[in-house]
Design a protein around this ligand. Structure first.
Ligand code: ARG
Length: 462
């Protein structure tokens, strides 16, 4: 096997240089360079603590921190050269620190291992990114609210099994998605709340013989307390899996929305129009306008689930504590984050770029005998049991179907034959607008309910 000329990092202990194949498999710098800010912040906190505890002297710590800040600038300005032979972000920064400040750089890694360093960085990154996802969810919810608020007069068929079920307000339908996204925010809050323990100071796995102050680094890095067990500290990736689960759930909600948008936009259903900027054409069929934006949301969801599955599988066979397998965690989390972010942005644009086809939606709600339940309820209110009323309503539907009419097109004389309790007022029951007005139960599609709900949620998402 081909060998690299010079051993990159582990010179003293190894008799042979690292195989070039191992070097490429082992190098994670192209992926984990995204942790640079967290790595520098973590190092500055660690170094500050080492000086405060008199583990290293103040002059050296100042020199180290100045060097770290210079590296931060270099990376931010794209002037830093990341090197594969230095494996990952932690060693790349440390090696550069040596170049900038000389041998004093060697004091920074006192009482620390890459094992506690990487998990500290990763926790900080996931916390930051969960907050970003929450912000994007907020923006998405606001665009839903806006669309719902503007269209409280639009009626559509609600479905079960994709068969017309009962009429609902289009706005009510949109509010259903808002509930899903509100739960996503709760999930990401849970992820954040579970990230409050600082693993820095666990060392490689056993803790350290130095008099470090883990409460100080916790405060400096925004954690509420140090982790309680050094072995668990470096073994734990639950937080990354929780992030991937919250991301998967959120992606699933977005994917259901995407599927709905694709169906609604189809020539078969035609419930909505989508703004041209969110559609793409066909290379062959000149007439086509395809909802790729929604299809991509649906497609990327599969990849996000894959990331969750991948990390669960990586972790399931690992004894404690750290193994290199765990280095694969970053690729999974970063990819899920990138895709989820795109999906949230695409969904927001789609909601802004949708025009409901009011007439089509209304006409669809008239079909499929969607007021049959209202008729049963009418009979119940006249004293008949629901099961009896259900049968009678089914009978009426059969009659209407045979004569190729909607329920609201039947003559009173025919309806009256179903049961003697039926009076003239029955004719109101078959109007889909009345059907909606009657849904007064909390959380139902009644217009007043929906309008109040929009107001309530608007207050929550100012
Ligand atoms: N790049 C490594 C990772 O992400 C850092 C930890 C290295 N620790 C070790 N014992 N080799 O997992």
């Amino acid at each position: 096997m081909k060998k690299t000329k010079k051993n990159s990092v582990w010179g003293t202990r190894m008799n042979k240089v690292v195989s070039s194949v191992l070097q490429s498999a082992n190098s994670s710098i192209e992926i984990d360079k995204r942790l640079f800010q967290e790595d520098i912040n973590g190092s500055i906190a660690h170094c500050t603590m080492l000086a405060k505890q008199k583990i290293i002297d103040v002059t050296k710590s100042k020199k180290i921190i100045t060097g770290l800040k210079k590296i931060e600038q270099e990376i931010q300005k794209n002037k830093f050269i990341f090197k594969t032979k230095y494996e990952d972000i932690h060693l790349n920064i440390e090696k550069r620190l040596f170049e900038i400040i000389g041998t004093d750089a060697g004091f920074l890694h006192t009482a620390r291992s890459r094992n506690d360093q990487v998990t500290t960085d990763f926790k900080l990154w996931i916390k930051k990114s969960s907050n970003e996802i929450k912000n994007l969810l907020n923006v998405l919810i606001k665009s839903f609210l806006n669309l719902a608020d503007k269209n409280t007069d639009i009626i559509m068929p609600g479905f079960t099994h994709l068969k017309n079920a009962q009429p609902v307000l289009f706005s009510h339908y949109l509010l259903a998605y808002i509930e899903m996204f509100k739960r996503d925010i709760v999930k990401f809050n849970n992820v954040i709340n579970n990230l409050n323990e600082n693993p820095l100071g666990a060392g490689a796995l056993a803790g350290t013989s130095y008099n470090i102050d883990r409460h100080l680094t916790s405060r400096l890095l925004g954690f509420s307390k140090p982790t309680q067990n050094s072995i668990d500290s470096v073994s734990d990736r639950d937080y990354a899996i929780e992030f991937l689960f919250a991301s998967s759930l959120c992606a699933m909600h977005l994917s259901r929305l995407a599927e709905e948008i694709i169906l609604w936009n189809s020539d078969l259903i035609n419930f909505i129009n989508i703004e041209d900027s969110l559609l793409t054409g066909s290379s062959m069929m000149p007439q086509k306008k395809n909802p790729d934006s929604a299809e991509l949301i649906r497609g990327k969801t599969g990849s996000i689930y894959g990331n969750l599955n991948s990390l669960l599988i990586t972790m399931k066979g690992l004894p404690l504590s750290y193994f290199k397998d765990m280095q694969e965690d970053k690729a999974a989390v970063f990819s899920a984050y990138d895709n989820l972010k795109l999906n949230l942005l695409l969904a927001t644009e789609l909601i802004k770029g949708i025009k409901p086809n009011k007439k089509k939606l209304y006409e669809a709600a008239l079909k499929g005998f969607t007021t049959a339940t209202d008729f049963a309820d009418y009979l119940v209110k006249k004293g008949i049991s629901f099961r009896e009323a259900y049968k009678k309503s089914a009978q009426l539907v059969n009659i209407a179907e045979k004569s190729n009419k909607r329920l609201d097109q039947l003559d009173f004389t025919i309806i009256k034959k179903i049961d003697p309790v039926i009076e003239k007022d029955v004719m109101n029951v078959f109007d889909i607008r009345n059907s909606i007005e009657k849904k007064i139960s909390f959380g139902g599609t009644g217009r007043k309910n929906v309008i109040n709900m929009i107001k309530k949620i608007k207050k929550e998402f100012k």
